[in-house]
Design a protein around this ligand. Structure first.
Ligand SMILES: CC(C)(COP(=O)(O)OP(=O)(O)OC[C@H]1O[C@@H](n2cnc3c(N)ncnc32)[C@H](O)[C@@H]1OP(=O)(O)O)[C@@H](O)C(=O)NCCC(=O)NCCS
Length: 166
């Protein structure tokens, strides 16, 4: 069973099938749906199962993030293995419910993902990518020290690829 991770303000739980309802709450939040599209309950449950499978297969995947002070679910994010720009890489990402924007929580999740990558996993680089127009996500990457590398096509759409090296 993968470990819980605690940051200053968040409890990060490896996503399992039991997180399906909380994941659905995040994915159907209007601020998230703007970028991630529409999710049925069944699709969110399948996504939770897919991520749980990633934890079993790769030993790492996305977390659900809970505010330590209130216990509320704030979003999901973290590190996963993905083929990006033709190579298997460690990718970090984040998605927060709208009312938790503007508090640095995405940056806190991203930092925890990078610490895991460069610490325990001994990685030499972490990548992150987002739609070119997703300026809030790009700002998180820049706050974490990622450097813009180039635009890539994901599903035929242009995404901005950022890299953080050791
Ligand atoms: C992308 C997303 C996670 C960014 O959220 P965010 O709240 O802007 O980012 P952070 O949580 O890092 O918060 C940063 C903001 O909090 C402020 N902040 C307050 N306390 C802070 C702290 N302790 N540390 C860092 N920033 C802090 C920063 O100044 C910044 O404010 P600003 O937006 O006015 O410049 C959010 O917009 C989102 O969930 N979007 C929908 C899903 C999505 O697009 N995900 C990415 C797909 S690739």
């Amino acid at each position: 069973m993968p470990a819980l991770t605690f940051t200053e303000r968040l409890r990060l739980e490896p996503i399992e099938p039991r997180h399906a309802d909380d994941l659905h709450t995040v994915l159907t939040d209007p601020a998230v749906a703007e970028w991630y599209g529409e999710w049925t309950r069944e699709a969110s449950a399948a996504e939770a199962a897919r991520i749980a499978g990633g934890w079993r297969r790769d030993g790492v995947h996305k977390w659900m993030a809970y505010e330590r002070a209130s216990g509320e679910c704030v979003g999901r994010g973290g590190l996963s293995r993905a083929t990006v720009d033709g190579r298997e890489r460690l990718e970090v990402g984040w998605a927060l419910r709208g009312r938790f924007h503007g508090r640095g929580y995405a940056t806190e999740i991203g930092r925890a993902g990078c610490d895991l990558a460069f610490g325990e996993l001994g990685a030499r680089e972490v990548v992150s990518f987002t739609e070119v127009g997703n300026l809030r996500s790009r700002a998180v990457m820049e706050r974490l020290g990622f450097a813009y590398t180039k635009d890539i096509l994901v599903g035929g759409e242009p995404f901005a690829l950022y890299v953080l090296d050791t």
